[in-house]
Design a binder for this molecule. Structure first.
Ligand SMILES: Cc1cc2nc3c(=O)[nH]c(=O)nc-3n(C[C@H](O)[C@H](O)[C@H](O)COP(=O)(O)OP(=O)(O)OC[C@H]3O[C@@H](n4cnc5c(N)ncnc54)[C@H](O)[C@@H]3O)c2cc1C
Length: 398
């Protein structure tokens, strides 16, 4: 049986890697000249590895941790609390955080409401609340459209605040898989059209047309409707996608002259934050600071379209403890990246129920994968990886 996989992110690579290990004849078609998709690790001029995309691996994300172990990739702790960041000089206690989250969850009606509405109902003007800022930043979508049922519930994992990252970079996961797959991964090969003829899938690239027994489509949500589908995009998947939207995610990485004690600091008014993680081989934080901005409001306020200058000035104010090497700053804007067209998916208010159940149904020879199909794990590396393993299971079961 010949299997095609479109997209060499964590989802597509986990799927192809699993199927190849089971003896299937697999080919991965990837538009970019690299694997990893929205996991992209880079070394700054001072030698510090930074993540331009997915970075934090939570304590309870067991599948990605297991796969890292299988690939021989060590994990290092961030030494920074993701869920309880410093805001205006103070760190919320766990008891305070839990009190807020419980109050907010109690105000979410049976048929759901937006994150902004739930916080407003529970604590009044929520704009400066640390839990609200944290959830808005990570959701990366408009808080007045994002589902409180989904995105506030997810924050309940805040108790175990011990996230990690892969030493050497999270992209090592897909790079290690690519090593095993060898020539079965075809880079710089964008798929333009997907068709179904009888029981087979037909895939068009600028160079050739491939006929395959099964095709796993693991491109980002925002790119699904840029492909040409014959005979049309499957209705079941379309219904699933109606519950989701793509958020806005931008990152800024800046080397510093020396390492400082690790810290995570949230901007008090806008959905962006910064952190300098523990150096796995040292005593302090790495000599670099990373920032993440989530949602259209933050991207606009930080004037990302004009380059890093506005954000750098704001960062210097937020982190006076760091000596920034501002001229070596690296801005990564996933919004304008043609192969992601946005950050990652978020769940729309009132639609939290069954998107993933619909998206996970195979349609003839076609199977969908990617973070947006991962239900509770959507928007994460864990979810993307799990979706790829689930797609491989679907292929081998049919
Ligand atoms: C800034 C940012 C920060 C994040 N932070 C975190 C975090 O801290 N923790 C976490 O768990 N998650 C985080 N995420 C989310 C996580 O990175 C993603 O959920 C995950 O990497 C998505 O994997 P994927 O395989 O579904 O998609 P992708 O990695 O996007 O892979 C899809 C692939 O399809 C390719 N492609 C697209 N169109 C075509 C085509 N027509 N033909 C061929 N190939 C095509 C793309 O080039 C890409 O390589 C973050 C994401 C961003 C953007």
């Amino acid at each position: 049986m010949r299997i095609g996989v479109v997209g060499a992110g964590l989802a597509g690579m986990a799927c192809a890697w699993t199927l190849a290990r089971q003896g299937y004849d697999v080919v991965v078609l990837e538009a970019r000249d690299r694997v990893g998709g929205r996991t992209w690790s880079t070394v700054l001029p001072n030698g510090v590895v930074v993540e331009r995309g997915g970075e934090w691996i939570d304590a309870d994300q067991h599948v990605i941790r297991r796969v890292c172990a299988e690939l021989g990739l060590p994990l290092a702790p961030h030494g920074v609390r993701f869920h309880r960041r410093r805001v205006d000089g103070a760190v919320q206690s766990l008891a305070e955080l839990e009190e807020t989250l419980t109050a907010v969850a109690a105000r979410v009606p049976e048929d759901d409401c937006s994150v902004a509405a739930a916080f407003a109902a529970a604590i009044g003007t929520a704009s400066g609340d640390p839990a609200f800022l944290r959830i808005c930043t990570s959701t990366a979508g408009d808080p007045s459209r994002a589902s409180a049922r989904f995105h506030v519930a997810r924050a309940e994992g805040a108790r175990i605040d011990a996230a990690a990252r892969v030493v050497g970079g999270n992209q090592s996961i897909t790079l290690a898989m690519a090593d095993e797959l060898g020539g079965r991964v075809r880079l710089s090969t964008p798929v333009t059209a997907i068709g179904v003829e009888g029981e087979r899938a037909v895939v068009t690239t600028p160079e050739d047309v491939l006929v395959l027994d099964r095709l796993v489509v693991a491109v980002p949500l925002a790119l699904l409707d840029r492909l040409s589908w014959d005979p049309g995009f499957p209705d079941t998947w379309q219904r699933g996608l109606e519950g989701l939207s793509t958020g806005v995610a931008v990152k800024l990485s800046v080397p510093t002259t020396i390492g400082a004690p690790p810290d995570g600091v949230q901007h008090p008014g806008l959905p962006w934050w910064s952190w300098n993680s523990l150096d796995p081989g040292g005593d302090l934080g790495v000599a670099a600071v990373s920032c993440f901005a989530g949602g259209p409001l933050a991207r606009e306020a930080l004037a990302v379209d004009d380059g890093p200058a506005t954000w750098l000035a704001a960062l210097a104010g937020l982190r006076p403890d760091l000596d920034l090497l501002a001229d070596q700053a690296l801005l990564t804007d996933w919004e304008t990246d043609p192969w992601s067209c946005g950050g990652y998916s978020f769940v729309l208010a009132g639609r939290a129920t069954d998107a993933s159940a619909l998206l996970q149904q195979p349609q003839g020879p076609l199977v969908l994968a990617g973070e947006h199909t991962a239900g509770a794990g959507s928007g994460t590396m864990e979810g993307a990886l799990r979706s790829g393993l689930r797609a491989a299971e679907t292929v081998s079961a049919t």
